[in-house]
Write a protein that binds this ligand. Structure first.
Ligand code: COA
Ligand code: AMP
Length: 633
């Protein structure tokens, strides 16, 4: 039996022994009563009865154990021409002072805080300060519009919002504070206070009595100590797109999360304490939470906070410059970033300028790694290019080529094998496992390992309905795929209305809800079509109300504006056409999947339940007008 088989089998046959041992790498104030608490199945809890503090494990203990002078965070910002290094000792000072600020604003254990910040170290400091007090942070991606922020404010009901005056996104200056003001205005819940980090690039106007300047309050702060929390207490809420306009508040607990991330660091990424690790994502996404902030810091590594883009800041050599300048052993990013680099520098000329001798692995996730991008990156870099699959819900990878356990040969298109702890199965629509090589629905046998979502924020019923009830005994991932004869997993894409645009997870259902509010729209369908750079982009098909004679161009402009205003520019919603009717089943279900196949010029069969097959020809014509449905299908 190979090393991987041995480790994997033990993780499934003896999860308590396996994770109990992994938990030795975390410092506890009080050990657990039970490693795996299954007293409330199908909701499982890890390390019940244990007490710890995530911030202590990510910061204080490294200073106490001799890493005080090691760099914890490298802030590399080509857009502001800044490089700043923060040691673990300095980080401890900043985090405990900011925790003191929050405390002085009335924050205590169990309170919620929203963090709406760009890629600056203050975002990490705010997250860790919340963890220090046992407060629950909810970071909202800075690319979301005020409406999206307001939805999260109303659900999380934060006592305080921590934000910055603005950011430079590529070459554009984005002011954050007006968006925060607007979101608070729209939201029903009003936070007591805002702390605003004023950046030299733009100055925010402050609201008297509510808003505090980060620098002022931190200058007078009393450092706060770590507050012990239950391992099962929430560390954070991270909202992610579901199939409707109401995002899902994924809950992450403290203890299981720390154990899983610490374990994943050495076993999946093969990164040891003291090494430099870089995840070029954003703190607003799960990758940012797990592998910019918590994973590297829990392990005692140096992490890089990069405020830039793979291209244009200033050129497609940006990633190679950062890896070489800071000595990163691993880069983790989304395939779309590599497609952007390939577009601008197909022959890898920029790579030749840098010494990448310390760089060992490229890890990619967030969307399917298409074989073309895999081959290009692999040839260019001449080192392992590792596709690994995960979700906001799981918080860490479900399938990967675990570099710290046993390296497998790569099969392009597959994210290799299940990570220990995840018993991945392919089910048919009836919930029965299918044979190797047969495509079906990807599910994970319960219990999920530590670090994965125990529930949704104050929505346990929705948690059960979305993930557990569809196939009792399993966690349903909403992805489709197959496992081949060698046990390699191929994840082919979502089976619901969630799409991935440039590594950003978005809900087409939410876009439809927004479009439906346009005064001239009777009904609409939004679905994702293939895009060479961004993986997928949304397109809309719209039926106008009877008697409305509106120009397509004008309608499209209205809808683009609405989606940008409500969700944000990241939705990349740019195309909509008017059709007379939408294809539906006799029971009224819109055939989005069939339309997607037509748009992508893929084979499709006319569903036997279709109301009127002729509508598909009309749809094909409409999609052709947008530049899709090119070949004969
Ligand atoms: N704040 C505000 N606006 C943002 C934003 C942010 N944080 N991020 C993106 N946007 C805006 C962009 O400016 C753009 O606006 P525009 O339509 O007015 O030009 C729009 O949202 C679309 O952005 P994006 O999809 O990122 O396209 P792009 O052409 O600017 O960049 C890539 C393309 C591939 C370079 C970029 O998407 C990228 O780096 N992707 C990687 C994403 C990633 O790492 N995801 C994490 C998953 S691991
Ligand atoms: P997010 O929650 O934003 O991380 O998005 C999760 C979704 O992204 C998954 O359900 C998949 O559809 C997709 N995804 C992420 N990583 C991969 C991957 N390596 N291969 C295929 N799909 C992926």
């Amino acid at each position: 039996m190979g090393k991987y088989d041995e480790v994997f089998r033990r993780s499934i046959s003896d999860p308590e022994g396996f994770w109990g041992e992994a938990a030795e790498n975390i410092d506890w104030y009080k050990k657990w009563d039970k490693v795996l608490d299954d007293s409330n199945k199908p909701i499982y809890r890890w390390f019940s009865g244990a007490e710890m503090n995530t911030c202590y494990n990510a910061v204080d203990r490294h200073v106490e154990k001799g890493r005080g002078d090691q760099t914890a965070i490298i802030y590399d910002s080509p857009v502001t021409d800044t490089i700043q290094k923060i040691t673990y000792r300095e980080l401890l000072d900043k985090v405990s002072k900011f925790a003191g600020v929050l405390k002085s604003l009335g924050v205590s254990k169990g309170d919620t805080i929203i963090i709406y910040m760009p890629m600056v170290p203050q975002a990490a400091i705010a997250m860790l300060a919340c963890a220090r007090l046992g407060a629950v942070h909810s970071v909202v991606f800075g690319g979301f519009a005020p409406h999206e922020l307001a939805i999260r404010i109303d659900d999380a009901k934060p006592k305080v919002i921590v934000t910055a005056s603005g950011a430079i996104e590529g070459k554009k200056l984005i002011e954050y504070k007006p968006m925060v003001n607007k979101a608070i205005e729209i939201a029903k819940h009003k936070p007591d206070k805002c702390v605003v980090y004023q950046r030299p690039i733009v100055k925010a106007d402050m609201v008297d009595g509510r808003d505090h300047d980060w620098d002022d309050v931190i200058a007078n702060a009393e450092p706060a100590q770590c507050v012990p929390v239950q391992a099962t207490d929430p560390l954070y809420i991270l909202y992610t797109s579901g199939t409707t306009g109401t995002p899902k508040g994924i809950v992450r607990d403290n203890g299981g999360h720390a154990v899983a991330l610490r374990w994943s660091f050495e076993n999946i990424y093969n990164v040891k304490p003291g090494e430099v690790y870089w995840s070029a994502s954003d703190v607003g996404w799960v990758v940012g939470h797990s592998y910019i902030i918590y994973g590297p810091l829990l392990t005692g590594c140096t992490t890089i906070i990069f405020e830039g883009k793979p291209v244009g800041t200033p050129d497609p050599g940006a990633f190679w410059r950062v890896i070489s300048e800071h000595g990163a052993k691993v880069l983790f990013t989304a395939p779309t970033a590599f497609r952007a680099i390939k577009r601008d520098d197909p022959d890898g000329e920029y790579l030749k300028k840098y010494d990448l001798s310390g760089f060992k692995y490229l890890f990619l996730a967030g969307e399917r790694l298409d074989p073309d991008t895999y081959h290009w990156a692999s040839k260019l870099l001449n080192r392992p290019v590792i596709d690994h699959w995960w979700q906001t819900e799981t918080g860490w990878p479900i399938t990967a080529n675990c570099m710290g356990i046993e390296e497998f040969s790569i099969k392009p298109g597959s994210s290799t094998k299940p990570v220990p702890g995840f018993d991945v199965q392919i089910l048919n629509n009836d919930g029965n496992p299918v044979e190797a090589g047969t495509e079906g629905l990807v599910a994970v046998k319960l219990p999920l390992p530590p670090g994965t979502l125990p529930t949704l924020w104050q929505a346990e019923q929705r948690f059960l309905e979305s993930y557990i009830n569809p196939f009792p005994g399993y966690y349903f991932t909403s992805d489709g795929g197959y496992i081949d004869e060698d046990g390699y997993v191929y994840v082919m894409g979502r089976v619901d209305d969630v799409i991935n645009v440039a590594g950003h997870r978005l809900s087409t259902g939410e876009m439809e809800e927004i479009i439906a509010t346009h005064k001239d729209v009777a009904e609409c369908a939004v679905f994702g079509v293939e895009d060479g750079l961004k993986g997928q982009v949304p397109v809309g098909l719209v039926v106008l109300k009877t008697g409305i004679d509106k120009g397509e161009e004008e309608l499209q402009q209205d809808l683009v504006k609405m989606i940008r205003g409500e969700i944000g520019a990241i939705a990349c919603f740019k195309q909509a056409v008017i059709v007379k009717r939408l294809p539906k089943t006799r029971s009224g279900k819109i055939l989005r999947g069939t339309m997607r196949k037509i748009a992508d010029s893929k084979k499709y069969s006319v569903p036997s339940t279709i109301d009127d097959p002729a509508i598909l020809d009309e749809v094909k014509e409409a999609l052709k007008k947008m530049g899709y449905a090119k070949e004969n299908v």
